[in-house]
Write a protein that binds this ligand. Structure first.
Ligand SMILES: Nc1ncnc2c1ncn2[C@@H]1O[C@H](COP(=O)(O)OP(=O)(O)OP(=O)(O)O)[C@@H](O)[C@H]1O
Length: 200
């Protein structure tokens, strides 16, 4: 059977909603079922103590990031969170080979990619209230109080933008982590061949 074209799943949602957690745990549990992996994006931010270079991000100096941007290395880039972030364009060349990708980026970056590649699948993660985000971000303890405040302001802006002009194809409530992972599984399974059933 001919391999189908891979899909690019873009996962967004306000800071602290659990994008990284849902995507990481989905991949840990179900990666073996699909030809799918997470895109490692580039950033100039300082790594958190738990983040590993090449796994969570490619951490680069600002002049390297700017040189890459100049060369057209990025599919999209943004600087909303006090550092530069960029998605490497080469991920688009891997999709025709049948590999699907999950990319965690903000709504502005997702809109930039959507304009150029309308066949991407946009997944928005949300929670019932802003206070849940505040609680998760303060418990995560990876940002200062000031940074958390700034993230919450951006979160409010992003949530409002999505409410005013809904852009995403799928919405996942992440109040209960297991339910959110199952919902992501259902979404991916509706677009991607399941390796185990293909081999039956
Ligand atoms: N369903 C959930 N219930 C309770 N806590 C959760 C849930 N999902 C994630 N968390 C916790 O919330 C915190 C934020 O999650 P995570 O870092 O995945 O968010 P994020 O959306 O990727 O944030 P950012 O955009 O700031 O990187 C983490 O400490 C994580 O363990």
């Amino acid at each position: 059977m001919e391999k189908q074209h891979g899909k690019l799943f873009i996962v967004s949602g306000p800071s602290g909603v659990g994008k990284t957690t849902v995507v990481t745990q989905f991949l840990d549990q179900h990666r073996h079922l699909f030809d799918i992996d997470r895109v490692v994006t580039f950033t100039t931010k300082q790594p958190r103590s738990t983040e590993v270079h090449g796994v969570d991000y490619h951490f680069v100096a600002q002049h390297d990031f700017d040189a890459k941007a100049q060369e057209g290395f990025f599919l999209e880039k943004s600087g909303e969170y006090g550092a530069s972030y960029g998605t490497p364009i080469h991920i688009m060349y891997e999709l025709p080979r049948g590999s699907s990708k999950i990319l965690v980026i903000d709504r502005v970056g997702a809109a930039q990619i959507m304009q150029k590649h309308p066949d991407v699948v946009l997944v928005w993660i949300e929670v019932s209230s802003l206070s849940v985000l505040a609680d998760r971000l303060s418990k995560r303890s990876t940002e200062s109080v000031e940074q958390v405040k700034h993230r919450l302001q951006l979160a409010e802006k992003e949530i409002q933008a999505e409410k005013n002009a809904p852009m995403y194809h799928h919405y996942i409530e992440n109040d209960k982590l297991d339910n959110a992972i199952t919902k992501l599984f259902d979404i991916v399974a509706s677009y991607c061949d399941n390796k185990t059933t293909l081999n039956m």
